[in-house]
Write a protein that binds this ligand. Structure first.
Ligand code: UT7
Length: 329
């Protein structure tokens, strides 16, 4: 059996920065409230003519360059997103066309956990011998699904994309993965209309049902339970313990969630990565964007052990334990 290892990492962020003060100019909120309740100062927002697949293409090109590969070298593309360019075709197909890939391409939709589910699909394809080089992209333009007059949600989200190249390797890069879903609570975080339940109509648009709706407190309580539990399960599946972790890299949704998780796992806060201040919650992109930040800042060393941990709508959650096998920058 081959192992899967990360050989390329890339990121792409839209150029437009929106600060808390910018939002406070149009909705009843304040920089102080947003910073103290979430840790967010600013976020990036897609341009009017930019789509999720454009963000993903930027990140994918950077990851290919980092891995030293050409589009033709890739034999599978998996895209994690919950803000697809359109209902069909898949964002992965649109991205495949933009990159000039010729391989099979499909989307994975698990909300903010999409990247971990996509990573599982990619690693499994390599481990089973069905693929040798897989491009995994987490891309979201969730601000396209946000009601910018709703202060409970509009301050939280930002847009972006991150990507990994995974290759068959004699070194085990992807160690254990734990995934979970609980489909009994869809109402906690959902976009009610636009699917087969409530097709688009004047009424659904007038009622704002195409916007993201969230019970923030329920998601918060779920996140601070799910992140420690799935991290421990994935570590156990890898034959490792919390002490072996170099970095815990959770989905970036709220600094208070990250702090609570660090306390519950008794991890020093400086080992729990955070870049939420500058990016907000970028959904499926947040984990590969976090890894890219650590990588490009020279903070990752060969042999480091990373826990990549997601949670989100569904409900879904998951953790992947990764040994960093790239040479030091
Ligand atoms: O990818 C997964 C996605 N989501 C999450 O992970 C979200 C997890 N949850 C959270 O991060 C937090 O629950 C929020 C940041 C969403 C909200 O923070 P909170 O401390 O749970 O606030 P709250 O919902 O209990 O609201 C407290 C007060 C309310 O006012 P009243 O009823 O006490 O008068 C809200 O109306 O804060 C008010 N509020 C705001 N005030 C100013 C809610 N949003 C804002 C806002 N600015 N943006």
């Amino acid at each position: 059996m081959s192992f899967a290892a990360i050989t390329g990492v890339g990121a792409y962020l839209p150029g437009r920065i929106v600060t808390n003060d910018d939002l406070a100019a149009t909705v009843d909120t304040s920089d102080e409230w947003i910073r103290t309740r979430t840790g967010i100062r600013e976020r990036r927002i897609v341009a009017a003519d930019e789509t999720t697949s454009d963000l993903g293409a930027g990140a994918a090109r950077a990851a290919l360059l980092d891995a030293g590969l050409e589009p033709d070298d890739i034999d599978l593309l998996v895209v994690g997103t919950s803000s697809p360019d359109m209902v069909m075709p898949s964002t992965a197909c649109l991205l495949q066309g933009k990159l000039g890939l010729t391989c099979a391409a499909f989307d994975v939709m698990a909300a903010c956990t999409s990247f971990i589910f996509a990573l599982q699909a990619a690693a499994s394809a390599i481990e089973s011998g069905r693929a040798r080089r897989v491009l995994v992209v987490g891309a979201d333009a969730l601000t396209r699904l946000i009601d910018f007059s709703d202060r409970r949600t509009c301050v939280l989200f930002g847009d972006g994309a991150g990507a990994f190249v995974l290759e068959a390797s004699e070194e085990q890069g992807v160690l254990g993965i734990d995934l979970g879903s609980d489909g009994t609570k869809p109402e906690v975080l959902q976009v009610p209309a636009g699917g087969s339940t409530m097709p688009a109509s004047h009424e659904t648009v007038d009622a704002g049902l195409h916007f993201l709706q969230m019970n923030g407190q329920e998601v918060f309580k779920f996140a601070v339970r799910a992140i420690p539990a799935t991290t421990k399960k994935a570590l156990a599946a890898s034959g490792l313990a919390l002490d072996d972790l170099t970095w815990l890299i959770p989905h970036q949704a709220n600094q208070r969630i990250l702090d609570t998780v660090a306390d519950r796992l008794k991890l020093p806060h400086e080992r729990v990565f955070s870049n939420i201040e500058l990016l907000g919650n970028t959904s499926a992109a947040s984990i590969p964007l976090a890894v890219n930040d650590l990588y490009t800042s020279g903070s990752l060393r060969r042999g480091d052990v990373l826990a990549l941990v997601g949670f989100g709508a569904g409900l879904t959650w998951g953790a992947a334990i990764v040994r960093w096998t790239k040479e030091d920058l």
